[in-house]
Design a protein around this ligand. Sequence first.
Ligand SMILES: CC(C)(COP(=O)(O)OP(=O)(O)OC[C@H]1O[C@@H](n2cnc3c(N)ncnc32)[C@H](O)[C@@H]1OP(=O)(O)O)[C@@H](O)C(=O)NCCC(=O)NCCS
Length: 223
Amino acid sequence: MHHRGDHEQGAPELLSPLQRLTSYSVAAGRIPYAAAVFTPIRARRLTLRPVTMADLEDVYAYQRRPDVCRWMLGSEPRSREQSQKSVAAMTGEDGLRVEGDVLSLAAEANGRVTGTVELVWRSRADQTAEIGYVFNPEFSGQGLATEAVGALLGWGFEEFGLHRVYGRCHAGNEASARLMTRLGMRCEARHVESYLFRGEWADRFVFAMLAREWLSRSAALAG
Ligand SMILES: CC(C)(COP(=O)(O)OP(=O)(O)OC[C@H]1O[C@@H](n2cnc3c(N)ncnc32)[C@H](O)[C@@H]1OP(=O)(O)O)[C@@H](O)C(=O)NCCC(=O)NCCS
């Protein structure tokens, strides 16, 4: 069930996503955060749904791998106990209720968790969130991560009412940069030597997409 706040009372229910976004964005202060608590999204080959402790084995299967952590800040291959803590934390990240909240979702295909995607609500005022994703290399090369991140972007723009979603990655993380490019996100910046990564200054890409870009791309892909 999507929870609709008082500020939305009286808003027409039968608008297309584009009409909805347009009507919301013209009215300053009418922030369209419709879905505080997440309900599963069905994509073509995947379902995105909240993480549960039963996902531990599937998540540990990739969190333990050095290649998965290679480009991730502060991340080392995890022990089973560390994965248990990580999964427990993710089980609490099941909705975006207040600014700063994280929505973590398991991308499930054929009964296996192939990876997780997340949306971090960075700014309520600016209707902005940051996207993140980690997938098991066992399932790579099939477009599953792209499908999952695309489904979460769609939810963020069309259901939650975001204006802008950005994603950041180490400039050496080619698979991640390719994924965001594939989804139509613009590379807005390369922040040179902007952060310390494993003791060395590293460059970071910032990719972003706006709601109107998402909608025009979705319309073009559909048509
Ligand atoms: C980033 C990450 C999710 C990308 O995984 P991935 O396997 O490249 O992504 P996908 O599952 O979307 O697969 C895309 C690949 O499948 C191919 N593909 C095959 N069928 C496809 C389809 N139907 N749709 C899209 N792509 C398809 C694509 O061409 C692409 O190939 P390429 O790598 O040669 O360009 C993965 O590398 C990862 O989890 N890394 C570790 C964690 C990490 O660094 N996260 C990001 C932190 S910023």
